[in-house]
Each structure stands twice: as structure tokens, then as C-alpha cells.
Design a protein around this ligand. Sequence first.
Ligand code: A2P
Length: 304
Amino acid sequence: MSVTLNTGASMPLIGLGTWKSAPNEAGNAVACALTECGYRHIDCAAAYGNEKEVGAALAGVFNEGKVRREDVFITSKLWNIGHKREAVRPACEATLRDLGLEYLDLYLMHWGMATSDSHWAIDKNGVLALEPVSVRETWEAMEELVSAGLVKAIGVANFSVAQLIDLLSYAKVKPAMNQIEMHPYLQQSRRVEFCQYRGIAVTAYSPLGSPGNKRPDLPELLADETVKKIALSHAKTPAQILLRWGMQRQTVVIPKSTHEGRIRENIGVFDFELSTSEMTEIAALDRKLRFVDPYEWGKIAYFD
Ligand code: A2P
């Protein structure tokens, strides 16, 4: 199962996420996903701090000849400190070097905000320090990466509809993707509708409800009674139900795991289908609950 991007390229609907994969585990996870479990899509980012290890694993897999580079869809993301016009290409080149690749299939602007040049600079009041760089300046520099052949497609992440409307007003290369947090507790159906209507594919990050990042006081999506009931009736796991739900909405899902059993479990979603009534039952679970919010890291009310 795949989605066709507005570039004509085909992107597998499921990929391996690497956010919070420790550097010493990320490489094994990527190699296992590609060679043992049938994944053909890896989602990376400079900010995850593990692209060198992912790159070493990719080199091993490609050199062995088990999987060809052109058969794997690889995404990475421009971090907030690289938004100035002159910083965009060097940031992309650094990612390509770390990943050991000649090109990326997709390069995303990780957030629609620029920050100063230390990774996540917080001022004395605990507030994230923002830099005055417009999204337009960054996007225009990203468009040049396409013409230079460094990336096949460009897109954004964490963009609202309002941010996209502005971007679409000047983009010469239309965004191919908006990658956002999405799962049954944060469905954002109207945002998905806006994107898909305009040919912008949507990727769901934290599709399992971000169990590795979740505050203990927030509910556990994998333990939701409705999800568990549907899982039981298909002899599947709750994780498989959540991923299949995302894929049946034609959204790409990128579950992260560094454990072989779960990496394998998460791609076991092709031998069953959720019925219309099950999709409706899951639709009723929406509670607009966000697990990933920059307000918690730097008091930026990005999503308000
Ligand atoms: P681990 O890497 O130890 O397997 P999300 O993609 O929603 O952010 O979820 C990722 C988190 O969920 C990670 O902490 C990961 O842990 C865990 N995880 C991944 N797959 C499964 C699964 N099939 N069942 C339960 N937890 C999972």
C-alpha cells in the first residue's frame, strides 16, 4: 500500500520512525526493518541525533545487495536552526553525508519556526529563543534543493491549515507532504481533508499515541478499551489496529520501535481490514489530545 505524492513518486504507507531511537539502537532497527521485516520506508531527521548510525546501517544493507537504495523511500527533516537561506543547503548536505546518501526522497521543514543556532535554545525565562526568519525564505531555499537534485520532494511538518494557505500562495514547488502528530485521540480530520484535497499527502507521527514520550498523567492509547476490543475481534494487537486505521485514511504512518518483535508486529497490517463501522467507532474516540507540544519544551504555544 502506498500513496502517490504530487511529484508522481510513490511512498509506502508505513515506514519505520526513528525519533527517540537511541544512536546505539537506531542502526540495528533500520537494518532489521529493511532486511528482516519488509519495510521500504525510513523516516529520519537531523534533530533525532542518530542519522550517522542510521547511515551506517543503510550502507551495510545496500552494500550487501539485499535491498537497493532506489527501492527505499527515505525522508529527513531540516531542523529549526538551519532556516536561514544560506543555511538550508549545508544542513541538507550534512544530513546526506550522515545518511550516506546521494539524495533524499523527501525533505521536510521540521517546524514552521526558526530558532537560534544551538539545538533547542531556551532563554533565562525558559522560553524558546526564536529567530526572525520567514517560512518563505526557508521554503525558497528548499525549492533549490529540488532543482539541485539533492532531494526528490519537499514538504513540511507540524503545519496548520493557516500556515499551508500562506505557503501555497507563493510556493513554486508545492509541498508534497505535511507530517503531523495523528492518532485516534488527535484525528484532525478537517486538516487531513484540506491537505488531501490540495494534493498534499499527510504522514501521522506518533501513530501509537507516543508511548515513549507520553506524560504519565495522559491516557494510554494502546490501552484504549475500544481499540483493544477491535484488536481482539481481528486477532491483532492494538498497535496494528491503530496503524491500519491510519492507513485506511490514506495517511502514512511511521511507528518507531527499536525492538525486532515490535518492528515486525507493526508492519503486520496487510492481512486484515477495518470495516466501515469499526472506522466509525474509532472516529468517535477523538479527544483532540496532543502528546507532542513545544509549549512543554519552551513555552511556545505553537498549536494554540
Ligand atoms: P520501543 O522502541 O521500545 O519498541 P510512536 O511511534 O507513537 O511515538 O510510538 C513509539 C513508542 O511506542 C516507542 O516507545 C516504542 O517503544 C513503542 N512501541 C512501538 N511499537 C509498539 C508496539 N507494537 N506495541 C507497544 N509499544 C510499541
